[in-house]
Design a protein around this ligand. Structure first.
Ligand code: NAP
Length: 259
C-alpha cells in the first residue's frame, strides 16, 4: 500500500474499517483518515465505499476499497488475502453490524440468527485472528459493541447475544495478545443517529420515551472521536475494555426512562 499523508497522530499507519459504507463506520473511517491513516474501507455497498474513498482522496488522504459481504466466508478469506498481500494492519475496526427485525426468541429463524451472528461476531473473530500476523507491536483492534451487550431487550435475542459475545471476544483477544504489544478495545454505543437505529428511535418517539438521561441521540462524530482516541497512542495503557458512549443509557439499565 502507498504511504499515507505525513501529518496527524496516525500518520504512516493503516486502518481497516468494516461497515464503512455509511453511519458510524463511515464516520470512523473519515476521522482516522483525517488523523493521517491510510484507510481500507470494507462493506457490501461498493458504490458507497468508493464514493467515501474519493472524498478522502480529495482531502489529501489515502483510501482503498475492498467490497466484502461479512456473511460470505469465501469473501472474508479473500479480504484476508488482500490485507496480507497489502502489508501491515495497524488498526482494525470491526464495525459492520446488523440489527435484524424484532422477533421473540421462539420466533427467531435460523437464518436471522446465523446472519446476525455471522456479521456481528464471527466476522470480527475471523478477521482479527487471521490478520494477527499483520498487526504489529502497537497495533490496535477496536470492536463496535453496543449498550445491547449489557442488558436484554425483548425481540433482540440474536443481536443481544452477538453483541454480548463481542465484548467477550474483545477481552479474550486482549488477554492473548497483550504480551505481543497488541491492544484490543471496544466501544458500546447507545442510540446513535444512523439508519440502523431509526426504527427504534421512531418507536420511542411514538411512545414519548426518553432514550437516556441526557435526553438526546448521539452523533456518529462522537463515536468516531472516541474510537480515534482509543486507537491512538494516548490510549496505550488501555486494553480489554469496552467503553460505553450512550448519554448515560446504561445508568438506567435501558429499562427505565431517562429522566
Ligand atoms: N446506531 C446505533 O445506535 C448503534 C448502537 C449500538 C451499536 N451500533 C453498532 O454500530 C455499528 C455500525 O452501525 P450503524 O448504526 O452505523 O449502522 P448502519 O448505518 O446500518 O451501518 C451498518 C454498516 O454495516 C455494514 N454491513 C451490514 N451487513 C454487512 C454485511 N453482511 N457485510 C458487510 N458489511 C455489512 C453496512 O454496509 P453494507 O450494507 O454496505 O454492506 C454498513 O456499512 C454496528 O455494529 C451496530 O451494531 C450502532
Amino acid at each position: 500500500m502507498s504511504a499515507s499523508r505525513g501529518a496527524g497522530p496516525l500518520a504512516g499507519r493503516t486502518a481497516v474499517v468494516t461497515g464503512a459504507s455509511r453511519g458510524i463506520g463511515a464516520a470512523i473511517a473519515t476521522r482516522l483518515a483525517a488523523d493521517g491513516a491510510q484507510v481500507v474501507l470494507v462493506a457490501r455497498g461498493r458504490e458507497r465505499i468508493e464514493e467515501l474513498a474519493s472524498g478522502i482522496r480529495a482531502d489529501g488522504g489515502v483510501a482503498h476499497t475492498v467490497p466484502t459481504d461479512m456473511t460470505d466466508r469465501a469473501a472474508l478469506e479473500r479480504l484476508v488475502g488482500w490485507l496480507r498481500s497489502a502489508g501491515r494492519v495497524d488498526v482494525l475496526v470491526n464495525n459492520a453490524g446488523v440489527l435484524p427485525p424484532a422477533a421473540t426468541a421462539d420466533s427467531t429463524s435460523w437464518q436471522a440468527w446465523d446472519d446476525t451472528l455471522a456479521v456481528n461476531l464471527a466476522a470480527p473473530w475471523y478477521l482479527s485472528s487471521r490478520c494477527k500476523e499483520q498487526l504489529p507491536r502497537g497495533g490496535v483492534e477496536d470492536n463496535v459493541a453496543s449498550t445491547a451487550s449489557y442488558y436484554p431487550s425483548r425481540g433482540l435475542v440474536a443481536y443481544n447475544a452477538s453483541k454480548a459475545a463481542l465484548i467477550a471476544l474483545t477481552r479474550v483477544l486482549a488477554l492473548e495478545w497483550a504480551g505481543e504489544g497488541i491492544r484490543v478495545v471496544g466501544v458500546a454505543p447507545g442510540k446513535i443517529d444512523t439508519d440502523l437505529v431509526r426504527p427504534i428511535l421512531a418507536w420511542s418517539k411514538r411512545r414519548d420515551l426518553t432514550l437516556n438521561p441526557q435526553g438526546r441521540i448521539g452523533t456518529v462524530r462522537e463515536v468516531a472521536d472516541l474510537v480515534a482516541f482509543l486507537v491512538s497512542d494516548q490510549a496505550g495503557y488501555l486494553t480489554g475494555v469496552t467503553v460505553p458512549i450512550d448519554g448515560g443509557e446504561l445508568l438506567t439499565a435501558g429499562g427505565e426512562p431517562g429522566r
